[in-house]
Design a protein around this ligand. Structure first.
Ligand SMILES: [Zn+2]
Length: 359
């Protein structure tokens, strides 16, 4: 695999991950773009002890353009896109409409009191294109291509973790208009946050309490219990196990754990990366087969915080869909959206059976 760095016309960084070692990336971006000067902020919600990102410039972003206007397709002679190349394997670039971005040094914004705190949304948001083929999908990629995507995620995690102010790096894919995807070209995103996300903080609090009580690792024990009971296991390999969580929140939800504690994707061995590519595809194809329908889903990589609790966190992939039956969606309504209390209409054991039978 060959990695090449370049800049887009407005100064944003673009990184190519090419499967062939001889590919040369030297085509400049011919567009006349305004300078890239995003100004996202974050505000502190004192009631919930959580940070909320504010990025009102994102309201202007491209929304479901026609296929011949896709900004993630390779450029052609008459139509320059975000990728100034006639083809690519995997490419990553800075999001033009970021929720978090590198901000110029200067006086901090806003107010400081117990109740009102606001600061710059320092961080970075990147787009990851999985293939130049507009009509493809992640589940249709070859294991080799998924391997290249994993290398790109690991590279970006390492790079973004080294940026000042970044506390957590999140690689994810939103798939399907029902999830709110604004571009149909197969792609994912990476957020480098200037704070710990609420879910990560909550999981680490539980892991710490469990360790203090038992001297054991909660994630390793959850994995071992699932492997022993087998009720909810969907796919098991030498290095990875995929299972429906005991208290699944979503109609179709699968967690994929490595068989040893690792903080993040860069820590994976070559053998773990190779098997992950096949296990990931296997699980995703089973999920798509259950309802025989275009599956809206979210694929979320849970990685350790950049600076703290590296030995307490446990790398894992969370895959879930809002599809609850063919043609039907689960919406986040009052209990979930207002109270954060999930009610799942499908039993985790039944979901695991459906997924095992879908293979
Ligand atoms: Zn496209």
């Amino acid at each position: 695999m060959k990695k090449s760095l370049a800049r887009l016309a407005d100064g944003r960084e673009i990184v190519y991950f090419d499967e062939s070692g001889d590919t040369v990336r030297s085509t400049p971006d011919p567009r006349d773009l305004p300078a890239f000067r995003p100004s996202p902020t974050v505000r502190y919600d004192a009631l919930l002890d959580e940070w909320v990102g504010l990025a009102d410039h994102r309201q202007d972003r491209t929304y479901l353009p026609p296929d011949d206007q896709c900004p993630l397709c390779p450029s052609t002679a008459g139509r320059p896109t975000e990728i100034p190349a006639t083809s690519y394997d995997v490419v990553v670039f800075e999001n033009r409409f970021p929720a978090f971005a590198a901000l110029p040094a200067g006086p901090e914004l806003g107010e400081y009191s117990d109740l009102r705190r606001q600061r710059g949304g320092t961080g970075r948001c990147e787009v990851v294109c999985f293939t130049a083929d507009h009509d493809s999908s992640f589940s249709a990629l070859t294991p080799q291509r998924v391997g290249t995507v994993i290398e790109a995620w690991a590279d970006r995690t390492r790079t973004l973790s080294a940026l000042p102010h970044v506390e957590q790096v999140f690689c994810f894919e939103n798939r399907g208009a029902e999830i709110g995807v604004t571009l149909s070209h197969p792609h994912g995103q990476i957020y480098a946050y200037p704070f710990l996300t609420p879910r990560t903080r909550q999981m680490l609090t539980a892991a710490r309490a469990y360790r203090e009580r038992t001297w054991r690792d909660i994630f390793a024990d959850v994995l071992a219990a699932e492997q022993r009971s087998e009720d909810r296991v969907v796919v098991s390999g030498e290095h990875w196990t995929a299972f429906v969580p005991y208290a699944a929140r979503w109609p179709l939800e699968v967690h994929v754990y490595p068989h040893r504690q690792l903080p993040d994707l860069p820590s994976l061995s070559g053998a773990e990366r190779a098997e992950l590519a096949t296990v990931y595809l296997d699980v995703l194809r089973r999920m798509e087969a259950v309802f025989d329908d275009t599956l809206p889903y979210i694929a979320a990589w849970h990685q350790a915080p950049v600076r703290i609790d590296r030995d307490l966190a446990y790398l894992h992939l969370q895959l879930f869909s809002i599809r609850r039956a063919k043609g039907k969606l689960k919406y986040l309504a009052g209990s979930e959206s207002a109270m954060g209390a999930f009610v799942n209409d499908v039993s985790p054991e039944a979901a695991a059976r459906l997924l095992r039978d879908a293979g």
